[in-house]
Design a protein around this ligand. Structure first.
Ligand SMILES: C[S@@+](CC[C@H](N)C(=O)[O-])C[C@H]1O[C@@H](n2cnc3c(N)ncnc32)[C@H](O)[C@@H]1O
Length: 264
């Protein structure tokens, strides 16, 4: 969830900085590949929302060069303030209500919309910020692969996790919904690609999963949706380097704004 007070993983949670670092290491290669495929080039004017530690904005800064610019933003800009690059501007923006500006060649968001109950309205706001002919790139989770695990313990864990998420208005199946939303917002050439990591216990992905679950342990325990024994067995599997299983898929949706789309 969002609006600063209710976002489930605020930056001041112990370990959140490290968790975001793991997230960037895990997801940056796929997103950089897709952004390149989407045509990011020198001179582009870009907006990133919910940028976390800014790893994507830093990369964009190098791609767009001195003639381009990147406005990087988040509800909490403590980590973004560390960016010192001449073509990057840091701004605190609540994507649900704040002024996003307009006329961007690229608007990008990763791992943000699933947290926002008002995600449909936010997609419309992001779409408005793209210039006619410009590009939007949205990467969000879709949790369908996690239930395909061979481990009954982990299956039980993920089932409880998904109920917990639903109660917090987190949509872990939003990845599959975004392409149709982009078409409805007047984007052409809409395509989407899912990448699912088959992770090994004790790997980068397993450490990211463990860090996430440890940060949320209290809330998960209080919810009653995951028994304590199931939680601790799952943590043991995340550390077992003989164990392999599916991570959730991350779906990257790309579209080009129709040059004739009328503003909403
Ligand atoms: C899961 S993190 C993802 C960070 C980054 N996009 C990445 O993929 O590495 C979600 C981020 O969204 C931010 N966020 C949550 N609600 C927001 C809102 N309403 N407006 C802007 N940012 C928000 C959080 O502060 C956090 O940095």
């Amino acid at each position: 969830m969002t609006d600063g007070g209710t976002y489930t993983l605020p930056h001041d949670l112990p370990g959140e900085d490290e968790r975001l670092t793991l997230m960037s290491e895990m997801l940056d290669p796929q997103l950089f590949f897709r952004l390149t495929q989407a045509g990011v080039a020198e001179g582009w004017r870009c907006l990133e929302v919910g940028a976390g530690n800014g790893s994507v904005s830093r990369w964009l800064s190098g791609q767009v060069g001195p003639a381009g610019s990147v406005l990087t933003s988040d509800l909490d800009i403590d980590l973004l303030k560390k960016i010192d690059l001449p073509n990057v501007t840091v701004r605190k923006i609540d994507v649900t209500t704040g002024d996003l500006g307009s006329g961007y060649d690229l608007v990008v968001a990763r791992a943000l919309l699933h947290h926002l109950p008002e995600r449909h309205a936010v997609v419309a706001r992001l779409a408005d910020a793209v210039r006619p002919g410009g590009v939007i790139v949205l990467e969000e989770p879709d949790f369908h692969p996690v239930l395909a695990t061979d481990s009954p313990t982990l299956k039980e864990f993920w089932k409880g996790w998904l109920v917990w998420a639903d109660r917090h208005q987190i949509d872990y199946f939003v990845g599959r919904k975004l392409p149709a939303m982009l078409v409805a917002e007047g984007f052409d050439e809409v395509r989407a690609y899912g990448e699912t990591i088959l992770y090994r216990g004790d790997s980068l992905t397993a450490r990211y999963l463990e860090a996430t679950m440890r940060e949320l342990h209290e809330s998960l325990q209080a919810s009653g949706f995951i028994a304590e024994s199931v939680w601790s067995d799952a943590m043991t599997l995340f550390r077992n380097d003989g164990f392999w299983s599916w991570q959730n898929s991350y779906v990257t949706s790309i579209g080009r704004k129709s040059p004739t789309r009328q503003p909403a």
